[in-house]
Design a protein around this ligand. Structure first.
Ligand SMILES: Nc1nc2c(c(=O)[nH]1)N[C@H]1C(S)=C(S)[C@@H](COP(=O)(O)OP(=O)(O)OC[C@H]3O[C@@H](n4cnc5c(=O)[nH]c(N)nc54)[C@H](O)[C@@H]3O)O[C@H]1N2
Ligand SMILES: Nc1nc2c(c(=O)[nH]1)N[C@H]1C(S)=C(S)[C@@H](COP(=O)(O)OP(=O)(O)OC[C@H]3O[C@@H](n4cnc5c(=O)[nH]c(N)nc54)[C@H](O)[C@@H]3O)O[C@H]1N2
Ligand SMILES: [Mo]
Length: 709
């Protein structure tokens, strides 16, 4: 039985890299907190173990009953971070929803970085894609810290990739109110005010245009409405940017000049800017910055990864042009929201559950997610979860959401099932420097046995077996096509009289993949391999091609005008601090907080503040404070650090308990989601409310005196 995880130094891509979450995997499989049987809620709120067969047939009955009474739209699905990690879960789950006739599928994307999907729709996708780090001279990271988060940008083993790139003169620009691990490596670091990324990006674009540093030939050939962008960024003068962002004109100019000086480059925005109020616009400006500098891959450039398990689209130096980012598909009943390029608005799902009337959502399936500690507006989420007729979670532990669930289905864990490296390839479309830079692939056989006496199922079995009980025929799409429309030709309608074997389901998932499942297993079973794929180079677009990258989308230009009219301090005096989101190195969202190794530093989510602020508030590390927003108050534990911009309090999410439950700030942490309101200051398209740069006040809690000094 494996007890230790270590990196394979000879791996041709990771070079021995592992993260603490990976190293903790075996411990998670054996953790005493792990559920070894599914759970059913009693009327008094406690849970009893239930045989998985019985749970599945009871759930199928209840769903059938709800659908018969209220129609398929009353059943919704939420795919969380661990519902997306094993592609079988989401693919079979979505096939079941399709068979049921419900389109109410939500994911964490709309409460994470929705601009990653809407901006390419508004701007147009450059089919050749962005350069990998190895082929770039300059890079900009805005509110993202991939050395720790692995959020894309710097690719796999980011610290090593960055070091290699810097050895050959590569330059890095970082903008973040917190001096992050990435900021320490930066050639230019901008310690900007949070929530002011629109002025920052518009200011950078203005400098590049005014100093004529942009790629004139590329802009003339491949873009539309450049003039509109020129006019829209004109108000973002050096003085305006300095007042709004706290960045001096000298620093702004040196960042702009450095970025424009590169031949190939990338721009990555992360959760910070996407959560700070203008997700679509900040990502749109990020794409526009790459475009005016002509930083995309060009004709003749080599494509780093032509695809191993995923079919990469054609590598053409051109764009089909913009496609609708919203205003299509199925409308919600609330807040005038509907389908978007980033999916349905998860932040509005509680409203869909709480709003009476035809189509009201009554049943929710949560796949590897934890709404109670992840969705914005914990108070409203709590009301919604309690209002459901049926709440089912698939989760290896009893979570805050599990406590409110009618059923918690106990799944197998990754080391107990075979897995290919497909998810890492699927994310390649999320931006520059995402996915594998080379055609790397690997198949991992199960290496740990399912614990003796446990009654566990692979997540996807739940939906397959509910469908069997409901006599529904599934039509399962492969995961090997990023475009589900193309993947349709490869969909499989299995014989529903039996459950497919592991081998069969993986064949369906990889149906039509460039490298087949059997080739992957034969060549890359005991270690990762860089596959010998034909070299792919970017081709010229046909002369008569009409698609252009849109630099002047009217909705985005109107939003630029709105921000240009905002005062530098939106609410002077009212709320002295801005609460910003962050990741903790040892923890992953709300998962596995009980793991002793992950708790070795902090078992909670500290409230990081600058020493000057600590002095002003008369607090020191370890002291308790009240953090109050317009919506609610939580108790935080102070951690003083020089890394932050004064006036900013930085806290991770995913901690604390359900509202009304006793919470020990030094052991459970606190829920930052409770401070958020889903009903004010939300994006009119994706529904994401302000989840970073939240106005708050901080007050010392008198008489606590338990600080560490
Ligand atoms: N205030 C605030 N809110 C935020 C954010 C923020 O920065 N600030 N960040 C947002 C972001 S970026 C995201 S992605 C969302 C996350 O939203 P969610 O995905 O809803 O939340 P997680 O905490 O990632 O939930 C993961 C769940 O998966 C379970 N799990 C762990 N391993 C497995 C497994 O192998 N199988 C299964 N089935 N389950 C498993 C864990 O126990 C946990 O309950 O939260 C968002 N919410
Ligand atoms: N160790 C660890 N790794 C993780 C996770 C985890 O919980 N722990 N979560 C995973 C998930 S679900 C995701 S989505 C990714 C996220 O990956 P990233 O987006 O890289 O997440 P962070 O490391 O929090 O970086 C966000 C940065 O934004 C800054 N910031 C906050 N507000 C603003 C703002 O208004 N403007 C600017 N410019 N910056 C701002 C914060 O200070 C922070 O440094 O990470 C993933 N990886
Ligand atoms: Mo996320």
């Amino acid at each position: 039985m494996p007890s230790k995880v270590y990196g394979d130094k000879d791996d041709p891509l990771y070079f021995g890299y592992t993260c603490i979450k990976g190293r903790e995997f075996p411990a998670m499989h054996l953790a005493p907190e792990r559920l070894l049987a599914s759970q059913k809620r009693r009327p008094d709120g406690a849970h009893d173990a239930i045989a998985s067969d019985l749970a599945i047939s009871e759930i199928a009955d209840r769903v059938s009953h709800i659908v018969a009474q209220h129609g398929p739209r009353s059943v919704a699905m939420y795919i969380g971070t661990n519902g997306a990690c094993d592609v079988r879960t989401a693919q079979v789950g979505m096939a079941w929803m399709a068979a049921l006739g419900s389109r109410m599928i939500f994911t964490s994307i709309t409460i994470d970085q929705p601009g990653k999907m809407t901006a390419p729709a508004l701007h147009g996708t450059w089919l050749a894609g962005a350069p990998t780090l190895a082929h770039a001279d300059v890079w900009m990271l805005i509110g993202t810290n991939p050395i720790i988060s692995m959020n894309g940008g710097l690719q796999v083993n980011p610290a090593r990739a960055l070091k290699k790139a810097k050895e050959r003169g590569f330059k890095l620009i970082v903008a973040d109110p917190r001096r992050t691990e990435c900021a320490r490596e930066a050639d230019v670091y901008l310690q900007c005010k949070p929530g002011q990324d629109v002025p920052l990006l518009a200011g950078l674009i203005r400098v590049i245009i005014e100093e004529e540093l942009y790629d004139k030939a590329f802009v003339a050939r491949e873009t539309a409405n450049f003039q509109r962008l020129i006019e829209a960024v004109a108000p973002y003068t050096a003085e305006f940017v300095a007042a709004h962002t706290g960045i001096s004109s000298a620093d702004l100019e040196s960042a702009a000049r450095l970025y424009a000086s590169g031949r190939r480059g990338g721009v990555n925005l992360g959760t910070g800017p996407n959560m700070a109020g203008r997700a679509n616009l900040v990502e749109y400006l990020g794409k526009s910055l790459m475009t005016i500098c002509g930083h995309w891959l060009q004709e003749g450039d080599e494509i780093g990864n032509p695809g191993v398990l995923i079919n990469r689209g054609p590598a053409i130096a051109g764009t089909p042009g913009p496609v609708p980012a919203w205003g299509f598909g199925m409308p919600l009943r609330v807040k005038d929201l509907g389908e978007t390029a980033a999916g349905l608005p998860t932040a509005a799902l509680p409203d869909e559950i709480l709003t009476e009337g035809e189509g009201k959502i009554r049943a929710l399936f949560v796949l590897g997610g934890n709404p109670m500690l992840a969705w914005p507006d914990q108070i409203k989420t709590h009301a919604a979860m309690k209002a459901l007729d049926l709440l089912v979670c698939i989760d290896p532990v009893m979570t805050a959401t599990g406590e409110l669930s009618h059923y918690v289905i106990a799944p197998t864990l990754p080391l107990e099932t075979g897995q290919p490296t497909i998810v890492q390839e699927m994310v390649q479309g999320a931006g520059s420097g995402w996915g594998y830079p080379v055609p790397y692939g690997r198949w991992a056989d199960p290496i740990m046995p399912v614990p003796a006496g446990a009654d566990l199922i692979d997540d996807w079995h739940l939906f397959y077996r509910i469908a069997q009980a409901q006599k529904l025929q599934l039509n399962i799409l492969p995961a090997s096509y990023l475009n589900p429309m193309l993947g349709r030709d490869y969909a499989v309608s299995p014989d529903m009289s039996r459950v497919p074997s592991d081998d069969e389901i993986w064949r369906i998932m990889l149906n039509g993949s460039p490298v087949s499942l059997s080739e992957l297993r034969a060549k890359a079973s005991d270690r990762g391999v860089i596959f010998d794929r034909p070299i792919m180079r970017v081709e010229a677009r046909p002369e008569d091609w009409t698609g252009r990258l849109e630099l002047g989308d009217l909705t985005m230009m109107a939003e630029l005008a709105l921000v240009a009219a905002e005062p530098a301090e939106p609410s002077p005096g009212d709320f002295a601090f801005r609460l910003v989101s962050r990741r903790l190195n040892d923890m992953h969202n709300s998962s596995w907080h009980f793991s002793p190794k992950q708790r070795r530093r902090w078992g909670y989510n500290p409230a990081f503040i600058h020493p000057d602020d600590a002095m002003r508030l008369s607090v020191k590390t370890g002291d308790l404070v009240e953090i109050r927003s317009r919506r609610a108050a939580i108790t935080g534990v102070i951690e003083v650090t020089n890394d932050l911009r004064p006036g900013v309090v930085s806290m991770a999410h995913g901690f604390g308990k359900n509202p009304g439950e006793h919470e020990d700030p030094r052991s459970n942490g606190a829920s930052t989601g409770r401070l958020i309101s889903a009903d004010v200051d939300y994006d009119p398209y994706t529904g994401i409310p302000r989840m970073s740069a939240i106005p708050v006040n901080i007050r010392r809690i008198e008489g606590d005196g338990a600080g560490k000094g």
